[in-house]
Design a binder for this molecule. Structure first.
Ligand code: ADP
Ligand code: MG
Length: 353
C-alpha cells in the first residue's frame, strides 16, 4: 500500500473516531444539562402525566380524559373521578416516562397539583407523587393548579413576566398581574359563575353534550352572533359576572319554539361572553402598562376568544397550544421548573385557595 493511500486511511479513521466521539460527547453533555421534571395532574377529571425539560420543552404528555364517564351525569361526579384516577394513574405515569425515554433517576423533581380542585381527586395525584418521590429519592414539588394553567404559556415560547393573564377555566375566572415568575396579584375575578361553567351550563340548556364549551364553540361557527341580544354582565372594574348572561339564555330558550336555533343561540352567547372577557383583559393591560397578554385555562381554547384577543390587542398575545389549554400535566411540570414549591412528604391538598 502506497504512502498516499495509507495517509487517506489514517485520516478517514481519525475522522470517524472524531465524529463518533464528538457526537457521544455532545449527547452526554446535552443530557447532563437537562432539567427534567415529571408532572402529575389529577385536580378534576383528567388523569395526566408529563415530562418537561427546563420548563419549555415537552418530552411527553399523556392525558386520559374521563369526559365520557361523566357525560351520563351532565357534570363531574367527584367520587367516580377519584376512583378512575386510582385505576389509571400508574399506567399514565409509566407511559409518560417511557415515551420520553427518561429513567426516574434522571429527574430533577416530581411535581403534582395539590389544589385547588376536587379534594378526593387531588389526593390521588398527591399520594402517588409522594410515593414516587420517596421510592425514587427524587425531590417533591407542588404547583398551584391555577398557576400551572398560566405556566402552560411558557411551553414552546419565549414568554417571560411581567404580563397580564386572563385565566378562564371550568372552575375559575381571574385576571392576574404576573409581576415575576412567583409574584402574582389577582386584579379581577368572577363574582359568581366561572366562564367555563357558564359555557357548560348553557351547553346543557341547549341539549349539547358535556363539557359544553367545545360544543358551543363548534355550533357558534355556523350561527349569527347578532341573532339574540344577551347582556354582557355589568360589573365595575376588572371583575366579572356570568350568571345574568346564563339566565338570559335560559329565559330566551324557554320562550322559543322547538327545535331550538342552536347555532344562533350558541353564537350569540359566545359573542357576549367573549366580548366581556376581551374588554376587561385589555383594560387590565392598559391599567398595568404591560406589553404582554397571556390567556390560560380550558376556555383559552375557544376560537372566538383567541381570534378577538389577537385582533384587538395592541400588545403581544400568548395563547397555549389547544391541548395545553384544558387540564394537562405538562403545565404542572413547567410550573415546577419556574415556580414550584419544594415540599415534604407531609404536604397537604386543598380544595380552595
Ligand atoms: P378546570 O381546571 O376548572 O377543570 P379546565 O381548565 O380543564 O377546567 O377547562 C375546562 C373548561 O373549559 C370546561 O368548562 C370547558 O367547557 C371549557 N372549554 C374547553 N374547550 C372550550 C372551548 N373551545 N370553548 C369554550 N370553553 C371551552
Ligand atoms: Mg384546570
Amino acid at each position: 500500500m502506497g504512502w498516499k493511500h495509507r495517509k487517506r486511511l489514517i485520516l478517514a479513521g481519525l475522522h470517524c473516531f472524531d465524529s463518533r466521539f464528538l457526537r457521544a460527547f455532545l449527547t452526554l453533555g446535552s443530557q447532563m444539562n437537562r432539567q427534567l421534571y415529571l408532572g402529575i395532574e389529577t385536580s378534576c377529571d383528567e388523569t395526566a402525566a408529563s415530562v418537561v425539560d427546563a420548563g419549555r420543552h415537552v418530552l411527553s404528555s399523556v392525558v386520559v380524559s374521563q369526559n365520557q364517564t361523566h357525560q351520563a351525569f351532565g357534570g363531574v361526579v367527584p367520587e367516580v373521578a377519584a376512583r378512575q384516577h386510582v385505576e389509571t394513574l400508574n399506567q399514565v405515569v409509566s407511559d409518560a416516562l417511557s415515551s420520553a425515554h427518561v429513567n426516574p433517576h434522571e429527574l430533577c423533581g416530581i411535581a403534582c397539583t395539590n389544589g385547588p380542585g376536587l379534594i378526593g381527586t387531588l389526593l390521588v395525584g398527591l399520594c402517588a407523587a409522594k410515593a414516587l418521590s420517596w421510592v425514587w429519592q427524587v425531590p417533591l414539588f407542588t404547583v398551584d393548579h391555577l398557576l400551572a394553567h398560566v405556566c402552560a404559556n411558557y411551553i414552546n415560547s419565549d414568554l417571560e413576566p411581567p404580563f397580564v393573564a386572563l385565566l378562564v377555566s371550568g372552575g375559575h375566572t381571574q385576571i392576574i398581574h404576573c409581576k415575576s415568575y412567583r409574584e402574582l396579584e389577582i386584579i379581577g375575578q368572577t363574582r359568581d359563575d366561572a366562564a367555563g361553567e357558564a359555557f357548560d351550563k348553557v351547553g346543557r340548556l341547549l341539549g349539547l353534550p358535556y363539557p359544553g364549551g367545545p360544543a358551543i364553540d363548534k355550533w357558534a361557527l355556523q350561527g349569527n352572533p347578532d341573532a339574540f341580544k344577551f347582556p354582557e354582565g355589568v360589573v365595575s372594574g376588572l371583575d366579572f359576572s356570568f350568571s345574568g348572561l346564563k339566565t338570559a339564555v335560559l329565559r330566551t330558550v324557554e320562550k322559543l319554539p322547538k327545535p331550538l336555533p342552536i347555532a344562533d343561540l350558541a353564537a350569540s352567547f359566545q359573542s357576549a361572553a367573549v366580548k366581556v372577557l376581551v374588554r376587561k383583559t385589555l383594560l387590565a393591560q392598559e391599567e398595568r402598562k404591560v406589553d404582554r397578554i397571556v390567556v390560560a385555562g380550558g376556555v383559552a381554547a375557544n376560537s372566538g376568544l383567541r381570534a378577538q384577543l389577537k385582533s384587538r390587542s395592541p400588545v403581544a398575545v400568548y395563547l397555549p397550544a389547544i391541548d395545553l389549554c384544558t387540564d394537562n400535566a405538562a403545565m404542572v411540570a413547567a410550573g415546577a421548573y419556574f415556580c414550584g414549591v419544594s415540599a415534604d412528604l407531609d404536604v397537604r391538598a386543598y380544595s380552595r385557595r
